[in-house]
Design a protein around this ligand. Structure first.
Ligand code: P6P
Length: 289
């Protein structure tokens, strides 16, 4: 099933084709390089390589006016002005959870297609999704029409489910950060959830979010005592995942309201991220009031 907007379809097809190569290219690129990303995190060889591949291919698409990634300090202008509405801006996290390469655990590629210049509000997204490098390489894609899941075979995507929605009865939870670093009101909420749901936390957000999308529940990387803004980046992680979960019938929150309503100040702004079933996010916001 293709996307009706031809530029969005080109972006999604390019990421689909690249995903097969990225997965195969992880082999031999498991080391760290002597560089940090704009968020001050050590880059893995695979981070840099996947970013270079996606940048080269996505900036070549007519209708893509900006490219930005978690691995690059600045937005790259590549033809057309997203602020004027004559091109889209594409933001990617080339390898979310790349620290999992060392332990050979799941990770993925996150993408957002914004109808505005970056940094942009999540409300300007027209499509967003992620590739999950699990036992099977899958893609979850949210557009204005629907949320779909695909299996990736030979660089192409095969539709396996359309109109993906969060199950009504939540089953799993996953919370990032260290318990001693959680604010007291989040810890109170977490203790309640721990009594009700099953722990599923693997250290790569999209793998943990995919558990929530599959079984229902809540994923959170909250604001911390040591870092009230949390760890995850709004443009590259919070907005795309918030868009997917909200399109799938759930909610997202920075602790006070939808992630998609957050006004960004800078490209690499961090934000607390909470996504999942509506009732669980409502309870979270009540707890953090
Ligand atoms: P921690 C991966 O580095 C990431 O950005 C997210 O994918 C993940 O949710 C989080 O960081 C994990 O952070 O502190 O649990 O290692």
């Amino acid at each position: 099933m293709t996307v009706s907007d031809p530029v969005v379809e080109s972006v999604v097809a390019t990421i689909s084709r690249s995903a097969t190569e990225i997965r195969q290219g992880l082999i031999g690129r498991r080391g760290a390089v002597d560089e940090e990303n704009p968020s001050g995190e050590t880059q893995m060889e695979a981070d840099v390589w996947a970013d270079d591949m996606l940048r080269e291919r996505l900036t070549a698409i007519d209708g893509v006016g900006q490219y930005a990634s978690e691995e690059r300090p600045e937005v790259e202008d590549c033809g057309g002005d997203p602020a004027a509405g004559d091109a889209y801006a594409v933001a990617v996290d080339p390898l979310d959870g790349s620290s999992n390469i060392k332990s050979n655990n799941a990770m993925g590629t996150i993408f957002g297609v914004y109808d505005d210049a970056l940094p942009a509000r999540g409300e300007t997204l027209v499509a967003a999704g992620y590739v999950l490098y699990g036992p099977i390489t899958t893609m979850v894609l949210a557009t204005e029409e629907t949320v779909s899941e695909y299996e990736m075979t030979g660089g192409e995507r095969q539709l396996i489910e359309r109109d993906v929605t969060l199950p009504a009865d939540p089953v799993v939870y996953g919370f990032g950060g260290r318990v001693p670093d959680w604010p007291a009101d989040f810890e109170t909420y977490a203790r309640e959830i721990e009594q009700e749901l099953k722990l599923r936390y693997g250290g790569a957000m999209i793998a943990d979010v995919n558990q929530v999308l599959t079984y229902g529940g809540v994923f959170a990387y909250p604001g911390l005592e040591s870092r009230p803004e949390g760890k995850l980046r709004l443009q590259f992680e919070g907005n795309p995942i918030g868009y997917v979960v909200e399109r799938a019938g759930g909610r997202s929150s920075d602790g006070t309201g939808s992630l998609l309503s957050v006004d960004p100040d800078a490209l690499h702004d961090r934000t607390p991220v909470h996504v999942g079933n509506e009732g669980l996010i409502d309870r979270l916001e009540d707890a953090l009031e």
